[in-house]
Design a protein around this ligand. Structure first.
Ligand code: XMP
Length: 407
């Protein structure tokens, strides 16, 4: 029987570090053609990625994938809004239209000038300051597509040809959004449409070596793989159906398939589901991923496409699985091509802590991810693929956490 390992079963084995952690280069390819400054992709979920989050993430060097729980017209509009956002923030993006706040740049340094301080919210100022600090500290470049505008992805069903045709004209990535893509109908549908696409096709989700081999033997023009089944924080697939290919293990499986085909390092793996922290991100990367797809990690941010809920004075944001009952109901109301493939719900909904602006979250994430890869002995993502993970014994799991304290 196969042994399945998950993030908590492994540690990063320290390796010789050629550079200081702050110099670790996190740039990566999200597809064979699109390069990112940071290996972060937001999940196409209706409580996570709409244009607000996608635009800010792209400005920071990541990329967002607009969810498909809306009409084709609405999804097109969301993608267009990202495309219309200038790649660099203007002060009045954050502020009122009277431009009481200006971003001035001189000789490579920038400063924020506030003409009427009483008209501006301090949170906005903090956010733009943090953006400037992050971008210059880590030399991040906005992610752009071939059109020179901010890059953005769009989630699609492999059977929704009208949606695919329309979004293909404007999105940079089309991200196949099915829980189990290792399926005869999904593969046949993708095989016929993949030849005609302008944008980059990301296929998934897949969880096994055989799944990747079967997919790649039938489909041309695959530009990245979306890997992981059942690890999502809101996922009950494993519990309900008993089926799972947890993300870390699934990435290793995908890597084996790509190594066999001579494609490892050329065709990017996007690790999707269950990534809770920069250390999980680092483990996924060391296992072979080029980037990570994040739902829960970004769901508490101000920009996530969800409601803010205050309970007992404490702020939370709503977060739900795309296979949860309420998300399914919304999808079949909005999508005329939708037909339930299964008669069960595979996700749950709940609240997550409000974490403030995505800009500050990404700033902290980069610092910790650099430290993790520094420990691994890597100065960039390619080198991280040569680093080592070690499996912990049950007693080792206890020892690597805080222990033996009275209080
Ligand atoms: P995290 O852990 O980042 O996971 O919140 C996000 C990923 O979970 C997947 N997803 C689901 N999986 N039922 C599932 O089995 C669902 O309802 C569901 N909704 C999202 C998806 O891959 C996402 O990127």
């Amino acid at each position: 029987m196969e042994e399945i390992i998950v993030f908590d079963d492994v540690v990063i084995i320290p390796g010789f570090s050629p550079v200081e952690p702050s110099k670790v280069d996190l740039s990566t390819n999200i597809t064979t053609t699109i390069r990112l400054s940071i290996p972060v992709v937001s999940s196409p979920m209706d409580t996570v990625t709409e244009y607000g989050l996608a635009a800010k993430l792209a400005r920071l060097g990541g990329i967002g994938v607009i969810h498909r729980n809306m009409s084709i017209e609405e999804q097109l509009l969301q993608v267009e809004k990202v495309k219309k956002t200038p790649p660099e923030p203007l002060a009045n993006d954050y502020m009122d239209p009277n431009r009481t706040v200006r971003l001035e740049r001189t000789n490579g340094s920038s400063r924020i000038v506030i003409d009427e301080p009483e008209s501006v919210h301090i949170d906005d100022i903090q956010e733009i300051s943090s953006y400037l600090r992050t971008v210059s500290a880590y030399t991040l470049k906005p992610s752009t597509g071939q059109d020179g505008r901010l890059a953005v992805g769009a989630a699609v069903s492999p059977f929704d040809y009208e949606r695919i045709e329309k979004l293909d004209k404007i999105a940079d990535l089309l991200v196949v959004d099915v829980a189990h893509a290792h399926n005869r109908n999904v593969i046949s549908s993708l095989a016929s449409l993949s030849k005609k696409l302008r944008s980059d096709l990301v296929v998934g989700n897949l969880g096994t070596k055989q799944g990747v081999l079967d997919m790649l033997s039938r489909i041309e023009n695959v530009k990245a793989l979306r890997i992981g089944v059942s690890s999502g924080s809101i996922c009950i697939t494993g519990e309900v159906t008993g089926a799972a290919a947890p993300t870390l293990w699934a990435v290793m499986q995908a890597r084996q398939a790509l190594e066999e085909l001579g494609l490892f390092g050329k065709l990017p793996i996007i690790a999707d589901g269950g990534i809770r922290s920069p250390s999980d991100m680092a483990k996924a990367i060391i296992a072979g991923a080029s980037a990570v797809m994040l739902g829960r990690y970004l769901a508490g941010s101000k920009e996530a496409a969800s409601q803010l809920v205050i309970i007992g004075g404490k702020p939370y944001k709503t977060y739900r699985g795309m296979g949860s009952l309420s998300a399914i109901q919304k999808r079949y109301a909005a999508d005329r091509y939708g037909k339930p493939a299964k008669r069960i719900s595979e996700g749950v909904e709940g609240l997550v802590e409000y974490t403030g602006s995505i800009v500050e979250l990404i700033e902290k994430t980069i610092g910790t991810l650099q430290a993790s890869l520094g420990y691994a002995g890597a100065s960039n993502i390619k080198e991280a693929w040569r680093a080592r993970l070690g499996k912990l014994s049950e007693s080792a799991k206890k020892e690597v956490k805080p222990h033996d304290l009275v209080l």
